[in-house]
Design a protein around this ligand. Structure first.
Ligand code: ATP
Ligand code: MG
Ligand code: MG
Ligand code: MG
Length: 488
């Protein structure tokens, strides 16, 4: 089944169960001080759970564009190295706002996966919250009993607070969750070692696909729990992982969500990507594969963020987007040999593939392409020099720790985000002295603050708006906005 159809099946199924289908909220959040990007389906419904707003329907379903690159959920470091964590991904979700609860949620999740999609029941595991007497949270007997109708006890796993209890914050709505995991290993391997022991153990082929959260408690300021007056359901299923399970592959990148993008990178670079089914590849090929995965992942994050109005910039959410794009550019430059802008060309493929469901990627296509191409061109101008400088720094480094002040120079002069420098160093077996970097950054801020205070003799303070035309500063990554010019 094609990914487009899998998404449609999900929405149609929940529509048939009385859910209102709503569009994804933007990936970038502009009015939530606690969150920069949508990182789960529930973010746009938060106010409903808190009782501050009333939903249009008490049953809603959708697919939400999510980004997990900052804050509590940051998967960036895994992306490209594993085959099932992305920066940007879609989260399919169904919600009950004070309407149905555990029974319907579990019945429907099972019906959808095993009857509509016909996933093999023998490959599925479920988890249930084990309870936590210290915090007075009970074992989720109800979910256990509901699951027992469908799966044998050896397929039900008891989960701890980390994996199976959801809280909005220190206070507020919370409750146990029940996850569904799929075991995609070959039959022989499954016969030898039960998937049970591999659930939630970072096994690349035994992965979590769906999380069902049952909001039934309110945590009070003193830490105690009380029953919520109305109970809610919040579910989230990783769309790309579901596609992997449905398309008989063992990597999200081998699904049709990613293969057209990968084919385009192959066409541009003349290199080949090898699917996850091909084993014993060379070290060189492995590096190529990682770089291609990073690029096809990152372009989605960047393109959707720009289409939603978030341009790359030097601070806040814009800097997160710039960092992701620079990370992709560097992977191309170092491992695929791409010395010219090329990532922007992937946007056509993305728009053709996702446009039917996310029209913004089509209507904003030209803007997205132009912005990415400009960003690529600008970073490529300094990347090579920066990498040379880094090599020189490494050559002069005794031991394994690289001077943070040098990393600051790379950041300041060559536009290397600090996490990119750290990543390159790790690849070469070095570590970054982060404290040194922070100190150099602070010293520069102090200097510019002091400079802006002096303003006398033959020096003038420029107002911030003029700085953009000052050539030396458009490469600068920090927030220094004031500089001085000599009066003539
Ligand atoms: P994992 O344990 O695999 O990191 P999670 O428990 O952090 O997942 P949830 O917060 O429960 O994930 O999100 C709901 C679903 O979204 C998951 O079951 C998974 O299918 C999917 N998902 C979570 N993070 C990612 C990601 N970075 N990329 C792709 N899908 C993801
Ligand atoms: Mg996670
Ligand atoms: Mg998990
Ligand atoms: Mg989870």
């Amino acid at each position: 089944m094609k990914s487009q159809d899998i998404r449609k099946q999900f929405l149609q199924f929940f529509e048939s169960k009385g859910h209102l289908i709503v569009p994804s909220a933007p990936i970038v959040l502009k009015d939530d001080p606690t969150l920069m990007f949508n990182n789960s389906g529930m973010a746009q419904f938060k106010e409903y759970f808190l009782g501050n707003a009333t939903p249009k329907s008490n049953r809603i379903a959708d697919t939400q564009k999510c980004l997990r690159v900052s804050g509590k959920h940051n998967d960036l470091e895994d992306v490209g190295f594993d085959t099932y964590h992305h920066t940007m991904f879609e989260m399919l979700g169904n919600w009950s706002f004070g309407d149905y609860f555990k029974k319907e949620a579990i019945d429907w999740a099972w019906e959808f996966l095993t009857e509509v999609l016909k996933l093999d029941k023998d490959r599925l595991y479920v988890s249930v919250f084990e309870g936590n007497p210290d915090e007075n949270v009970p074992f989720d007997q109800e979910a256990w009993d509901l699951w027992k109708q469908y799966v044998s006890e050896d397929r039900i796993i008891l989960g701890n607070k980390k994996d199976n209890f959801w809280e909005m914050g220190d206070q507020g709505p919370c409750g146990p969750c029940s996850e569904i995991h799929v075991d995609l290993r070959p039959d022989a391997e499954r016969a030898e070692v039960s998937g049970r022991s591999l659930v939630n153990a970072d096994h690349p082929q035994v992965v979590e696909i769906w999380n069902n959260v049952f909001m039934e408690f309110n945590r009070k300021a003193d830490g105690s729990l009380e029953k919520l007056p109305a109970q809610h359901v919040d579910t989230g299923m990783g769309f790309e992982r579901l596609c992997m399970a449905m398309q008989d592959v063992t990597s999200n990148y081998d699904t049709d969500v990613f293969t057209p993008l990968i084919a385009k990178v192959e066409e541009i670079t003349g290199l080949k990507y090898t699917s996850n089914e091909i084993k014993n590849i060379s070290e060189e090929q492995n590096k190529t594969n990682i770089a291609i995965r990073v690029i096809v992942d990152h372009v989605r994050a960047v393109a959707f963020a720009i289409a939603d109005g978030q341009l790359p910039s030097n601070n806040g959410a814009g800097y997160v987007i710039r960092r992701i794009l620079r990370r992709a550019i560097r992977y191309g430059f170092t491992f695929l040999g791409t010395k010219e802008p090329f990532i922007y060309q992937l946007v056509d493929v993305l728009a053709a593939q996702m446009g039917e469901f996310f029209p913004e990627i089509v209507s904003q296509k030209d803007l997205v392409k132009n912005v990415i191409r400009e960003e690529e061109a600008s970073f490529l101008r300094t990347l090579d020099q920066g990498l040379h400088l880094l090599d020189t720094v490494i050559a002069g480094t005794e031991g394994k720790f690289v001077d943070g002040a040098k990393a600051f120079e790379l950041y300041d002069t060559f536009g290397f985000p600090i996490d990119l420098t750290a990543l390159i160093l790790r690849e070469k077996g070095y570590e970054l002295d982060e404290a040194g970097f922070e100190a150099a950054m602070k010293a520069q801020k102090d200097r510019s603050r002091a400079a802006s205070e002096i303003s006398k003799d033959d020096w003038n303070v420029l107002i911030p708006g003029n700085v953009e035309t000052f050539e030396g500063y458009d490469k600068v990554e920090n927030e220094v906005k004031i500089t001085r010019i000599r009066k003539v």
